[in-house]
Design a protein around this ligand. Sequence first.
Ligand code: FMN
Length: 300
Amino acid sequence: MDLSIEIEGIHFKNPIVTASGPLGFGDELFKYVSPGIIGGFTSKTVTPEPITGNMPPRLVYIQNGLLNSIGLQNPGVDLFIQKTVPFLSKACVRIISVGGENPEDFADVTRKVEKFADMIEVNLSCPNVGGKVIVSDSQLTKEILSGCKAMTKKPLIAKLSLDLDVVRQSQIISDSGIKIVNIGNSIQGARFNFKTGKPFLKHVKGGLSGPAFMPIALWKVYQVKEAFEDLMVIGLGGVTKAEDVMEYAIAGASIVEIGTQTMIDPKSIQKIIEDLKNMLEALKLDFKAIVNVSHRGGFR
Ligand SMILES: Cc1cc2nc3c(=O)[nH]c(=O)nc-3n(C[C@H](O)[C@H](O)[C@H](O)COP(=O)(O)O)c2cc1C
């Protein structure tokens, strides 16, 4: 069966894309997995200047997930272009994630990276940098998106926050003329060590990822597709197997990203793609046919 899907004129050979962050800039992943087998690769968020990230400890494994407070660590856009861009594979869709603190930052990074990307993901929702989450401010979000749009004709993806109302956020994204939303970043959370009485993370708060939050993200994908039939949704959160990809597609996701699972076992991506193909063959359906099927009454 056909696993391919097209979004805003970009062809994905299958809907499996790596999420921004856990795999950094891909050098480690591509030792284990050929870029030729995945639909797309999303870079870690790139900012105008280098960021060293938060102080350790900044990762805590929990039951069915991970709490991280990495804090957008990256080499800055100029070093990224010099060191990473020459190795970005064209064997899959190249999505570059851009970040910053204000509209000028986002526009600057977008301008510099856009010719090396097939799509640009605008990170409006990092939970691990100071102050408020950008997408909580509708005016700022609109200014950032219009600044990025002015810098590129490549499709933009707006990455939402799962900590906030996704329908309200999607309204802002849609009003800004953006057609694709990524359902969200990791969810804010904390863990405390009962022996020491201290938080596990230096910054107390981190972002929860992994299977623990999959039902929340699935519900938000469903909600956005119910409210905005025309918005394309990238689903993510806790995917570890092909069945999870099916669930996200059924809820309304056209593309499904995998993050934490790739840190635990990068090779599992290949199995997920093979299993997905087998599951669709058993159903005798192309991938496209199952996208959003929950809003059409399910498999009749
Ligand atoms: C270690 C780590 C680093 C991350 N860094 C970024 C980042 O730089 N930019 C971003 O948009 N999301 C980042 N994320 C969030 C992921 O892209 C994704 O939204 C989240 O982990 C949920 O997916 P998962 O459960 O498959 O990991 C990061 C997640 C983790 C675990």
